[in-house]
Design a protein around this ligand. Structure first.
Ligand SMILES: Cc1cc2nc3c(=O)[nH]c(=O)nc-3n(C[C@H](O)[C@H](O)[C@H](O)COP(=O)(O)O)c2cc1C
Length: 177
């Protein structure tokens, strides 16, 4: 595997997919990376729906284009829907803690594991924030009451160019004591 910081720098939001389908084995590796993510009390409050059926992928792509944004999704090869599940807590903790207390952070970690593994496999990803949740749920037979935690477009990038990162400098965001 490449140097980890290099992998972090190469992970970028891909808005230029080639349209090539994504092999199921590669999606499975991304999902295995998600499975290995840390979670509060190891509660693992997640499940995933991987979409790579060529008939369904374009329909999910349309759901990620509200107000005509995200047109690049038409060339994504696959999608991963991340769902929030009930966290499983040990009985002693269940009395003290809400099962979902750490869920948001846990799901964020799982999403980023997916994106980093995809990068390591030379796949591009783009996390999509706005989408038609209701239509995706119908399309993928997800119960309407289920909480969505994210939609990730996955595909082969049309170009290997890596953009420089636009980030706040470390000295603005870190304080050592
Ligand atoms: C929760 C979330 C929602 C996002 N939604 C979109 C989106 O709908 N369309 C898009 O092009 N990028 C989307 N992005 C990507 C961000 O714009 C991107 O991560 C940020 O600008 C940093 O760039 P980088 O990912 O290339 O490093 C989203 C990212 C996150 C984490």
């Amino acid at each position: 595997m490449s140097d980890f910081l290099d992998l972090c720098a190469r992970r970028q939001s891909c808005r230029n997919f080639s349209g090539k389908p994504v092999e199921r084995e590669k999606l499975t590796k991304c999902l295995e990376a998600a499975r290995l993510a840390p979670s509060g009390c190891n509660s693992q409050p997640w499940s995933f729906v991987a979409v790579n059926d060529p008939k369904i992928v374009p329909q999910v792509a349309k759901c990620g284009q509200p107000m005509n944004i995200n047109g690049f999704l038409d060339k994504a090869g696959a999608f991963i829907v991340v769902l929030e599940e009930h966290g499983v807590l040990m009985p002693a903790l269940r009395k003290m803690l809400d099962s979902q207390i750490f869920a948001k952070g846990d799901l964020g970690a799982a999403v980023e594991h997916i994106c980093l593994e995809a990068t390591d496999l030379n796949l591009g990803t783009c996390i999509i924030g706005l989408y038609d949740r209701e239509t995706i749920a119908k399309l993928l037979e997800i119960p309407q009451e289920k909480q969505f935690a994210g939609l990730i477009a996955v595909g082969y990038p049309a170009s290997e160019d890596i953009r420089p990162k636009d980030r706040k400098p470390l000295d603005q965001i870190v304080r050592y004591v």
